[in-house]
Ligand binder design. Structure first.
Ligand code: SAM
Ligand code: SF4
Length: 327
């Protein structure tokens, strides 16, 4: 079992399988000039399998596949197939922009992969296209509704962006009230590839809740697991639930159970901190299993207590993009 230096059990891995993406969400990356990693710097599918296996042996029982956009990786389903056979792994989930998932929905079902997070920051087409800089609205909408109606456990991630999509918050709740889906509103974080830096945000979780409350005063708070990053609610008469994720306010660090591995093999113990090790060369070398385990134990043993502490590891404004960290 992995326990960090603040006595937190680490059982949840967020594994990025690529840093590339077919969208260009403006809060995540610049429109162009992005320095994607060369192919040989990315972990191969066999390497991803090995890293996942080792971490499951170390006590990870939940893996979320992320990226970049996971489905731009052509061999993703091979990895998911392998993960679905790992005993000890209780939960496999995927975070996606839902543009490319359509042809894989049946196989995901066959593999028993039910938890899909769909990033969707707009219900209005123009808002969607302005934010993502691409015209994939119909595909995303169609895939989203298909996932929900085919019984997947779907959570929508909606980043609230000042001056861009606040007008879509209530309409998305109104549309989704007919479906069993969780709409989670996230605070914007400063990982956009250097296109915009900020020290504070207008739409923190309290402001988002106040805005929702003005229009839907009748809701109840739901019970959430201790390690959940979202505070969850249900509006009276809605099939859907909604949640708030204080990703910038960082109120949940005390119970953080996550470890991140980027597509290039960096070990990230806090989104706001610097990588603590790189597994790529280790996994390509001799005695890799033992060495990977040792590197993980060392990284987990020196975790910052909070995202604010981790942020102090940086001296300048963050240049990183969420597409390379994995969200
Ligand atoms: N491409 C996939 C997607 O968009 O769902 C997976 C990768 S994406 C980097 C993972 C998550 O990070 C998404 O939910 C996305 O909305 C979120 N994200 C990206 N940039 C962010 C930022 N600057 N602040 C907060 N969340 C961000
Ligand atoms: Fe791509 Fe996801 Fe980043 Fe949007 S948030 S640009 S979909 S990686």
């Amino acid at each position: 079992m992995l326990i960090d230096n603040h006595n937190r059990k680490i059982n949840y891995l967020r594994l990025a399988v690529t840093d590339r993406c077919n969208l260009r969400c403006n809060y995540c990356m610049p429109a162009e000039g992005i320095n994607f990693s060369k192919n040989d710097k990315l972990l191969t599918i066999p390497e991803l399998k090995e890293v996942a296996e080792i971490l499951v042996e170390q006590g990870i029982d939940k893996i979320r596949i992320t990226g970049g956009e996971p489905f731009v990786r052509k061999d993703l389903m091979k990895l998911l197939d392998h993960l679905s056979q790992l005993s000890g792994l209780k939960d496999i989930s995927v975070t996606t922009n839902a543009t490319l998932i359509g042809p894989h929905i049946d196989q995901l079902k066959e593999l028993g992969i039910q938890n899909i997070n769909v990033s969707l920051d707009a219900i209005n087409r123009d808002t969607f296209e302005r934010i993502t800089r691409r015209d994939q609205y119909d595909t995303v909408h169609e895939n989203l509704i298909r996932l929900i109606t085919e019984g997947f456990n779907v959570r929508i991630n909606f980043i609230v962006l000042d001056g861009q999509n606040e007008q879509d918050m209530l309409p998305i709740l109104e549309v989704m009230k007919h479906y069993p889906v969780a709409v989670r509103f996230l605070e914007e974080m400063p990982f956009n590839g250097g296109s915009r830096s900020f020290q504070k945000i207008k739409w923190d979780y309290k402001t988002i809740l106040a805005h929702i409350t003005q229009h839907y005063p009748n809701y109840r708070k739901l019970q959430s697991p201790e390690t959940s990053t979202s505070i969850n609610y249900q509006i009276e008469g809605h099939k859907s639930t909604f949640g708030l994720i204080p990703s910038f306010s960082r109120t949940f660090c005390g119970s953080c159970n996550r470890l991140r591995i980027t597509a290039t093999g960096d070990v990230v113990t806090c989104l706001y901190g610097k990588p603590k090790a790189n597994l790529r060369d280790i996994v390509r070398g001799a005695d890799s299993r033992k060495e990977v385990k040792a590197a993980i134990i060392k990284a987990v043993g020196s975790r910052a207590k909070t995202g604010f502490d981790a942020q102090r590891e940086h001296t300048s404004v963050f240049k990183s993009s969420m597409t390379s960290i994995g969200g």
